[in-house]
Write a protein that binds this ligand. Structure first.
Ligand SMILES: [Zn+2]
Length: 247
């Protein structure tokens, strides 16, 4: 049995047995984990204010050799991101960020860049910044980190390099862009202006700290939202429960 100490974001909390809590959390060093907080519903001394969804915490837990459920010994709150819970719309966005992270990253797959992206995004939401386009930036970056980056460099059919001059179309079955010689613009292969392609390229290449400085022009937002929906549903083969809040 090893005792571990990890910085983590609380993803989900459920009642477990008579007095315990089942906690899903995303650690920076070990990825997504699940653990039982023994007696947490009776005595909260070992977990003062830290077992709340979206909170950034430091958790001490015991890794079990077999099975995937760990024992959470204690926790310390780093940031509760309290403002997120005061507004329904903000809470819906935060729930969406969590669900997409769960869909992209299997249990115990560590990804520090993804942790930083989620943490920074929750922090921005908490401060009320970029609320309208934060989900779009998050999703573009998260899909890339999860292995579903959109190829913006060349036409995915003829291979011609995209020069950034004219419009392109997005093909969900290829996860990339195509030139207008190869594909027509339709609802399932929507048009992308050069600015949108450039924006996607920038966000996919960036890291979490850059989130503060990225904005999205309305014209780009109009094109990127349907694209991301097509891309996500094609790659993940399902709808996310929380995605409705974005549409
Ligand atoms: Zn082409």
């Amino acid at each position: 049995m090893d005792n571990c100490l990890s910085t983590a974001i609380i993803m989900r909390i459920n009642e477990y047995g008579e007095s315990d809590l089942l906690v899903s959390f995303f650690t920076r060093d070990r990825g997504r984990l699940k653990g039982v907080a023994k007696g947490a519903r009776r005595s909260l001394k070992r977990f003062v204010n830290c077992l709340d969804t979206f909170s950034l915490v430091t958790l001490e837990y015991r890794l079990k050799r077999s099975g995937s459920l760990h024992f959470i010994e204690s926790g310390r709150l780093v940031d509760s991101f309290a403002s997120i819970r005061t507004d329904y719309r903000t809470m819906s966005i935060a729930s969406y960020l969590i669900e997409l992270t769960e869909a992209l990253f299997p249990m115990a797959m560590a990804d520090q860049a993804m942790f930083d992206l989620l943490k920074t995004s929750l922090d921005l939401l908490d401060k009320g910044e970029n609320r309208d386009f934060l989900p779009v930036i998050f999703e573009t970056a998260a899909m890339r980190l999860g292995g579903f980056g959109i190829n913006t460099e060349k036409c995915c059919i003829c291979g011609r390099s995209y020069t950034g001059k004219g419009p392109a179309v997005f093909l969900s079955e290829r996860g990339g862009i195509a030139c207008l010689k190869c594909r027509q613009i339709t609802a399932s292969s929507p048009k992308l202006s050069p600015d949108t392609v450039k924006w996607m390229c920038q966000v996919q290449a960036g890291n979490a700290e850059d989130l503060n400085n990225i904005s999205v022009a309305d014209e780009i937002l109009v094109e990127i939202k349907p694209l991301l929906k097509l891309h996500r549903e094609y790659q993940l083969c399902r709808r996310l429960k929380t995605a409705d809040c974005l549409e």
